[in-house]
Design a protein around this ligand. Sequence first.
Ligand code: MG
Ligand code: MG
Length: 259
Amino acid sequence: MAWERDVVLKSDHELEIMQAAGRINAMALEAVHEAIRPGVTTQELDAIAEQVIRDNGAKPAFLNYPGPYPYPGTINASINEEMVHGIPSKREVREGDIISIDCGTIYEGFVADSAFTTGVGEVSAEKQKLMDVTKRSLELGIEKMCPGNRIGDVASTVQRYVEGQGFFVPREYTGHGVGRKLHEGPQLPNYGMPGRGMVLRKGMTIAIEPMVLVGTFRTKVLPDKWTVTAADDSMTAHFEHSVAITDNGPLILTVNRKD
Ligand code: MG
Ligand code: MG
């Protein structure tokens, strides 16, 4: 399918630009993270992200992104059973919620894409475990993103760890190549078989994004046509980094390096 034809290897210079995009995206996510507290609305969080992105000479990557209708925000704000693509609104987050913030930035023509999930105030032990497992699955997946490994080596690492902890990964929503476009090849599912799929090569840039559900691998889309939730309305979490495959191993692009 198109995913496989749509793999674009990046030069070292292009990776530097993608790191700059990733740094701005990380700054936006950090600012949102600091603002998350009971009573804040997801629209307010969206405005904070957009401000940081534009103040740094960049543009939001998600705003007006094509879909059932142009995406109306800078971030996805997905609360509790909402897994991805929650639309910012006047909804206030509440003590005990978990909220996933996904954000994309375009800088000098290149896209950075990253997400985190965090608790609002005190959260239950199960919600905390869900977030910890999802974040750890991201770290374990990234460790496999080395030249010569295959997509299935990364995907199966995420799946085995998550399912070993008693949780589920969705089938319809995956990671993806990222570069001049938000979504390019290769596709990176959160499930798969070791030794299968495309071989990872130096210069590939891929957004790896484990999504984890407590009760089912099945999902549904809300009537707003964007928001994806667990089919059984169980809790979900989501973490994501954009990562470059280099001769030195995985290079996480979506971090805020101070140097
Ligand atoms: Mg994302
Ligand atoms: Mg993504």
